[in-house]
Design a protein around this ligand. Structure first.
Ligand SMILES: Nc1nc2c(ncn2[C@@H]2O[C@H](COP(=O)(O)OP(=O)(O)OP(=O)(O)O)[C@@H](O)[C@H]2O)c(=O)[nH]1
Ligand SMILES: [K+]
Ligand SMILES: [Mg+2]
Length: 437
């Protein structure tokens, strides 16, 4: 059990007014609070219909109550859920009543999840997965988050941890009994063979990071090209709304504009940028600087060119999709394009959408959804891999030094799931939750 002796509560469902409001309470005081509110403590884990009253006997509302005795609850503590009617005044009245109890206070953001972590109910990967699941807006984000929040990814890391622990134990045994004839050399060989295969598994796992990041954070597509090429018109057509200002004045767009699209279940982040050209105009120049920055960070650049004007020798970024636009106008450009479109005539847009999805899938083709997706995962897994490689680097190095590398690897891997001390990280991780989670 956690050492938290305060009981916390919060509205865990969405904003009121709504059909229902679910208020969650967690901590030691829960049975006493529930008995006071509804007159008894209902049977564990069964929905019970009750009148919820103030201590003066006034009815606040009638609703369902669920009691989850410790440790079989989300937080591992005593938990109650009150399902009320989702009115502002109903929730406020319950709030006013709850703050009257001793040792009862409103929860901080992420505090229920933090208690779940501290009581060993969820590890850090599962907690992060839960935050992602709540934030998920696309189907692929949901699948990735479900895999993480339900322990699929953790089980890989726990499996690796167990293998490392075993390897370290065998090496320690060899260090403790160096002259024992009956600790055969082949034991040590087996250990290093397994460490080598761990290195390979970790390496291919880390190669999936880019896919995980694209699924979680989105595939960044940047529209670039000369002023007046029709970039903002394309952005608006793909977004199906008027996001960007379109005029026939070259240099209309200055700031980087952005919309989120869902394509084939993936999050695509589409950016419109200032037209690229030499200019002395200060505002436009800043716009171009910003454009160049986002182009450098893009997963895919769509470089568009007006086919109705003679194309100048332009630098098109490597890997960019070269799109000729305004195909409704008489053609002047002799360049070969990957695709021709016309925004005014609605030509080629579906083909462009498919092309974006194809490029995305060329980068993201995970065999499984048990893949890393955050900078934090990358950092700790990279440290693990480096230490494992160090242990294999020179077989003639002292066994004690190689054992120390394995210890470093073990610690780094333990920090991924939070098995090893991560106190300094917790505020960051739980801070991204909303209140009530
Ligand atoms: N005929 C024709 N005109 C187009 C097409 N797409 C855009 N235009 C016109 O081209 C002009 C410039 O379009 P924008 O979308 O503002 O071009 P931009 O590349 O965003 O321009 P900057 O932001 O100034 O760099 C506008 O007058 C549009 O109406 C098209 O497919 N066909
Ligand atoms: K323009
Ligand atoms: Mg524009």
């Amino acid at each position: 059990m956690s050492s938290n002796n305060e009981t916390i509560f919060a509205l865990s469902s969405g904003p009121v007014p709504a059909g229902l409001a679910v208020v969650r309470i967690s901590g030691e005081e829960v049975p006493a609070v529930v008995a006071s509110l509804v007159g008894d403590v209902p049977p564990a884990r069964q929905a019970a219909l009750r009148s919820i009253r103030t201590r003066n006997g006034l009815v606040i509302d009638t609703g369902l109550i669920l009691f989850f005795p410790a440790p079989h609850s989300f937080t591992g503590e005593n938990v109650a859920e009150l399902h009320l009617h989702g009115g502002r005044a109903v929730v406020d009245a319950l709030h006013r009543e709850l703050v009257q109890f001793r040792n009862l206070r409103p929860a901080a953001p992420g505090e229920f999840s933090r208690r779940a972590f501290e009581n060993g109910k969820l590890d850090l990967i599962e907690i992060e997965g839960l935050a992602d699941l709540i934030a998920a807006e696309t189907e692929m984000q949901r699948r990735l988050a479900v895999e993480q929040s339900s322990g699929g990814l953790s089980s890989i890391y726990n499996g690796w941890s167990d293998r490392l622990t075993r390897a370290r134990a065998l090496i320690e045994a060899e260090l403790d009994f160096p002259d024992e004839e009956d600790v055969p050399g082949s034991v040590s060989d087996q250990v290093w063979a397994d460490v080598a295969s761990l290195v390979n598994e970790l390496k291919s796992h880390l190669e999936q990071l880019e896919a995980g990041e694209i699924i979680r954070d989105g595939f960044k597509v940047v529209i670039a090209g000369r002023p007046n090429a029709g970039k903002s018109s394309l952005m608006n057509a793909l977004a199906k709304r008027d996001v960007a200002i379109v005029t026939d004045i070259a240099g209309t767009t200055r700031d980087v504009l952005h919309v989120d699209l869902s394509m084939d279940g993936y999050l695509v982040k589409l950016y419109d940028t200032a037209g690229l050209r030499e200019t002395d105009e200060i505002v436009e120049r800043e716009g171009i600087r910003r454009a160049e920055k986002i182009i450098a960070e893009a997963d895919l650049v769509i470089f568009i060119e007006d086919v109705s004007i003679k194309s100048e020798a332009e630098e098109v970024p490597d890997d960019a999709v070269l799109v000729g636009t305004k195909s409704d106008l008489p053609r002047q450009s002799a360049r070969e394009y990957d695709l021709l479109i016309s925004i005014t005539h609605g030509i080629g847009l579906d083909a462009l959408r498919s092309l974006i999805v194809d490029r995305l899938k060329a980068k993201v083709h995970p065999q499984s959804m048990a893949i890393p997706s955050r900078a934090r995962h990358k950092e700790t897994l990279t440290q693990t891999l480096a230490a494992l490689r160090a242990s294999l680097h020179d077989p003639h190095r002292g066994l004690d030094l190689r054992a120390e590398d394995l210890r470093v690897a073990s610690d780094a891997l333990g920090r991924v799931t939070g098995r090893v001390d991560v106190e300094n990280l917790l505020d960051v991780i739980f801070g991204e939750f909303c209140i009530g989670k």
